[in-house]
Design a protein. Structure first.
Length: 435
């Protein structure tokens, strides 16, 4: 570690608690596109994207221009006190983008966890029911409701209880490690049909306000359900008048090649949450839903002081321009095809890769000690991330066992940067797989 980085790390350890974790020891002074530069001038190829926040890249010129322009006009009034055009323009854009031919409404918050909290509030208020069903391997944030909905105990929930009531958890469609011990497709997607039984053994359908799920589970390991899974869940929800909430905080805004990941399944949710890449690095999240549901809570029942601040809203409008007018979604599709081809080739070469999964550039490889037992290769995944960082590639692991390597690089990454990053990844993978 260089002198300046070491100096800052010592200062961090003296003044900042250990709770806010750090994946690397780098202090960044500059970042553009898919490259970060630390305080000592070391370049790092970014396959992490600020944990899925930088889909349009670090400091995209259009985002920077929008932020600068708005900062010179108005930084904050609080939307509840004095409104501004960017908020309603952005809401209208999202209402038009969201799937479904029904009327929609959108409200804004600051973080993904806040969006989830508000989605649950809306679903409960509109239905007058308390129950919320979530899933194993899920991650929905670090607030009280977010932690309750999140599955993994350490580090997210350990020591922070008690948790929110009336939250029930059922198995997810994790085909590689089927919780029912079945094999797809012979299973008939029994994990989705299990919802009917769940109403008998855990919470009655008549007491359930919503089912909340990630189209592709993020922190849980990029677990990707089969084609019919969400269609079955949606049909059961409709049968009992239960809202289906899609948490697109990590999977949305082009990460899978489509603006909303749920579009891959052809399913129309009742409520969608967005955050992370939504505003190009600015703190902003959204709750988009059926107008009748979103408009149910009384005046003053939703909101927050900083929610949907004008700078963040302008940044988000710039992100939408980049995605659609600059055809970055097309780039996302091409990037996903390249990654899938490279990961599939690596899987053929290295037994340590048990499964490659995901959609578009939201791709992952699950590392195992051997393919027969599927024993998670947690230590090797950790060593891989560390070795890649030493060689100039920032990479993230995830999954309940920490054995899944995921890709969240900016969609604007150049071919040369991508090739260099994948070369570091494969070379490190080869070394780690021999240990």
């Amino acid at each position: 570690m260089s002198a300046r980085n070491h100096e800052l790390l010592e200062k961090r350890n003296q003044h900042v608690p250990q709770g806010p974790f750090n994946t690397t020891t780098a202090f960044i002074k500059d970042a553009h596109g898919a490259v970060m530069v630390d305080v000592d001038g070391r370049e790092l190829i970014d396959f992490a994207g600020g944990i899925g926040v930088n889909n349009v890249g670090h400091c995209h010129p259009k985002v920077v221009a929008a932020i600068q322009d708005q900062a010179g006009k108005c930084i904050h009034t609080c939307f509840h006190v004095a409104m501004y055009e960017a908020y309603v323009d952005l809401a209208a854009r999202l209402n038009a983008l969201a799937p479904g031919d029904f009327a929609k409404m959108t409200m804004f918050a600051n973080s993904g966890a806040e969006a989830v909290e508000n989605a649950v509030k809306v679903a409960r208020y509109a239905s007058k029911r308390p129950g919320i069903i979530c899933f194993e391997n899920a991650f929905h944030g670090r607030t009280l409701m977010g932690m309750t909905l999140t599955s993994k105990v350490k580090p997210y929930k350990f020591g922070f209880g008690p948790f929110a009531p009336e939250v029930y958890r059922m198995p997810f469609a994790y085909c590689y490690r089927c919780p029912f011990g079945l094999t797809y497709p012979a299973c008939g997607t029994a994990c989705a049909d299990y919802l009917e039984e769940f109403f008998i053994s855990h919470v009655a359908a008549e007491q359930t306000a919503a089912v909340i799920a990630e189209p592709i589970q993020g922190e849980g390991g990029f677990v990707t359900p089969p084609p019919e899974y969400f269609r079955k869940l949606k049909a059961i929800c409709e049968k009992y008048d239960i809202a289906l909430i899609m948490d697109e905080v990590q999977s949305g805004v082009g990460r899978t090649g489509k603006f909303f990941a749920i579009d891959h399944w052809g399913v129309i949710p009742d409520i969608i949450t967005l955050a992370k890449s939504f505003a190009g690095g600015m703190p902003l999240s959204a709750v988009i839903g059926r107008a009748d549901m979103m408009n149910a809570p009384h005046v003053g029942g939703l909101g927050g002081t900083y929610s949907g601040n004008p700078i963040s809203c302008r940044a988000a409008l710039a992100v939408l321009e980049i995605l659609f007018e600059d055809k970055l979604l097309d780039q996302s599709v091409r990037l996903g095809e390249t990654l899938l081809a490279r990961f599939s080739t690596m899987q053929e070469r290295y037994e340590i890769i048990g499964e490659v999964r995901g959609k578009g550039p939201m791709l992952a490889m699950e590392l195992v000690e051997d393919r027969e037992s599927k024993k998670p290769a947690t230590d090797k995944a950790k060593a891989l991330v560390s070795r890649c960082y030493e060689k100039g590639l920032v990479l993230l692991s995830c999954g309940n066992f920490g054995n899944v390597i995921r890709t969240l690089m900016p969609l604007v990454i150049t071919d040369e940067q991508l090739d260099r990053g994948l070369a570091i990844l494969e070379e490190s993978l080869e070394k780690v797989s021999r240990t």
